[in-house]
Design a binder for this molecule. Structure first.
Ligand SMILES: Nc1nc2c(ncn2[C@@H]2O[C@H](COP(=O)(O)OP(=O)(O)OP(=O)(O)O)[C@@H](O)[C@H]2O)c(=O)[nH]1
Ligand SMILES: [Mg+2]
Length: 602
């Protein structure tokens, strides 16, 4: 039996901040100072190990890592969890916060307090964590350290002396920060009444094709070793620990891990749906009730995902099952649509999340996909009294059947420099927003609280605000209450047939404009067909806009120059496949990139 850690010498903490404020870069320096990663293996934002994280320079998934640090002759174990800053991945942050006792709240000295600074701070406070305020990027020539310290001191109600100043780039003061983590963050303590039993909270998981689900756990009490007979308390499923270990940041097997520690258990479980975040892992014989778990996040946007060829349906099903074992915030269920065949209705926590999941499907599973226009959920009260939640626009009922429609609203926080307030107000009006409190932030910036229909937030609100404020505004939001909505279904018809993938629900007052836009866009991106093709926008039983695509009589490959024969063959293959689908879906072949182009904003 290995020597278990003395709780007094363990500190568990996370780094939280607005996107890009330097969390992962600060973590790099901590890993260096503590010699956790060899110099030659070091690279920038080393904890961002996913291909997409590296390409985009953002953190998508939280990453725990264990470090050792010597202070006053005593060795401490520091478990750090680096978290993502983007709003779509807030669920990662909230889960990480339940596994630690303290958080470093990082604020970029060149940017100041931003919307996600406040959101993540509130999350940390709700979890009762000790907060260490830190100003980052103090090396930058654009750093405004004193101003930003002022903002942070006001936000937290602390004195300037309590706020640390660091640079993740040069490493300045990072050593000092580690010492402050040891001083300020409380050591873990064992919950009363559970001293002997092994209890651990699953805060994340990963999937390995050889070893099944690997659960990431925070041990609350007791200890766990390899071969222990364990149980998922909520799922009520037993398994044997194939391996237990810690993160360095790669998995390092240990004989056992004990109270106060963060580590992993290899479960060998291969089927989806058993392991879930928030579940409690305990000894099989244990009789204590499960720990308080996590709230399941509500999807914000929905989109249907279909394989380009129906032969890939099974592969897509497996791929989605696998993705659910590495991303607990993503949901999917089977559906079928006339023209697209069998596919899945998927729920995402935002547009970036949608983009990341569909990109992972393409890359990790080599799947060609059709993704329908993202939409949100509506609650319908029919004239006959029936109520139903509709989360596919093509299933949104005709107006004459409906008594009332309810839609989700969001609570938004925007931080914006005062000079942009005027133009921002105009945009808010156009997006049907209700403006609440406004707070002066010092530094000539305002923090606004706003309510808006989620439908309007999804109508490119982020990009619009970024552009009218030259990138100086930051936004965060959370789902709020349901309210009565004045919306209708807009259908797009190609050759007089509704294409369900293009249907959407729009505000009644914008239906004409939306119909024109949708038809205009499709007119631009749809290849010409063998016959004259009508493209129409229809709502409330009326055609609102129409364009006619003239006929084409040539083999498309003639347009290709370069004479690459394999490319031509491929195209011919595709055309053949397309023809097959054309018969299935009626008259018109809509290539999958047209669906993509329709989804993408201009
Ligand atoms: N000058 C300067 N630049 C920094 C510092 N820390 C980070 N950066 C830069 O800021 C950008 C974002 O850094 P990251 O460490 O990825 O930020 P992050 O908070 O982890 O970002 P997300 O995880 O996506 O929210 C990168 O271009 C870094 O090089 C710093 O101390 N000084
Ligand atoms: Mg990061």
């Amino acid at each position: 039996m290995s020597q278990l850690m003395d709780l007094r010498h363990i500190r568990n903490f996370s780094i939280i901040a607005h996107i890009d404020h330097g969390k992962s870069t600060l973590a790099d320096r901590m890993l260096e100072i503590t010699n956790t990663i060899e110099k030659r293996k070091m690279q920038e934002q080393v904890l961002d190990s996913m291909e997409l994280e590296r390409e985009r320079g953002i953190t998508i998934k939280m990453q725990p890592v264990r470090m050792k640090y010597l202070m006053d002759g005593q060795e401490y174990v520091l478990n750090l969890i680096d978290t993502p800053g983007h709003i779509d991945f807030s669920y990662e942050v909230s889960r990480a916060l339940k596994a630690v006792e303290g958080s470093i709240l990082l604020v970029d000295a060149t940017q100041g307090v931003q919307a996600q600074t406040m959101t993540t701070l509130n999350m940390a406070r709700e979890s009762g964590l000790t907060i260490i305020p830190v100003i980052s990027k103090i090396d930058s020539p654009l750093a405004r350290v004193a101003d930003v310290k002022g903002e942070v001191s006001k936000l937290l109600g602390v004195s300037f002396d309590d706020i640390l100043e660091v640079s993740g780039k040069t490493g300045q003061n990072v050593d000092l920060l580690l010492k402050e983590v040891i001083r300020r963050v409380p050591a873990p303590h064992i919950p009363v009444g559970a001293e002997k039993a092994f209890q651990s909270l699953v805060f994340d998981f990963q999937y390995s094709s050889h070893r099944g689900v690997i659960v990431y756990i925070r041990v609350l009490s007791g200890q766990v070793s390899r071969n222990s007979a364990l149980i998922f308390k909520v799922a009520n499923e037993t398994f044997n620990a194939i391996e237990v270990g810690i993160f360095s940041p790669q998995e390092v097997p240990m004989e056992s891990i004990g109270a106060g520690e963060i580590g992993y258990i290899v479960t060998g479980i291969k089927q989806p749906g058993i392991a879930s975040v928030g579940d409690t892992v305990a000894y099989e014989r244990d009789t204590l009730p499960p720990l308080a778990g996590y709230m399941k996040p509500k999807p914000v946007v929905w989109a249907s995902v279909y394989p380009e060829g129906q032969d890939d349906f099974t592969l897509l099903k497996q791929a989605l099952g696998r993705l659910c074992l590495s991303d607990s915030s993503f949901t999917h269920e089977e559906e079928s649509s006339g023209s697209l065949g069998r596919g899945f209705r998927c729920g995402f926590l935002g547009m970036l999340h949608l983009e990341i999941i569909t990109e992972r499907l393409r890359r990790e599973f080599n799947l060609e996909l059709i993704v329908t226009t993202p939409s949100i959920t509506y609650e319908i009260e029919y004239l006959n009294g029936k109520r139903e939640v509709v989360y596919s626009p093509s299933r949104f009922p005709d107006a004459h059947l409906v008594k009332t429609v309810f839609e989700p609203w969001v609570d938004i926080r925007i931080i914006v420099p005062a000079q942009y307030l005027g133009t921002l107000m105009q945009a808010l009006y156009e997006h049907e927003a209700e403006i609440g409190d406004s707070e002066n932030f010092g530094d000539n910036r305002n923090a606004l609280t706003i309510k808006m229909p989620l439908r309007e937030l999804m109508r490119n609100f982020f990009d619009e605000v970024k552009s009218i404020t030259s990138g100086y505004a930051s936004i965060s939001y959370e789902l709020g209450e349901m309210r009565v909505a004045d919306v209708v279904r807009l259908d797009v018809l190609v050759a007089e047939e509704i294409v369900p993938a293009f249907s959407r629900v729009v505000s009644k007052r914008r239906v004409q404009e939306e119909a024109e836009q949708a038809v205009g866009k499709l007119y631009k991106v749809l290849p010409r067909q063998m016959f004259t093709t009508k493209i129409q926008g229809m709502a409330l039983g009326r055609i609102l806009s129409s364009e006619t695509l003239s006929a084409l009589r040539k083999d498309v490959t003639q347009h290709m120059y370069g004479g690459d024969i394999t490319r031509k063959m491929k195209l011919r293959e595709k055309q053949k496949k397309g023809k097959k689908r054309m018969q299935e879906s009626g008259k018109v072949n809509i290539p999958h990139d047209v669906f993509l182009k329709m989804v993408k904003s201009e």
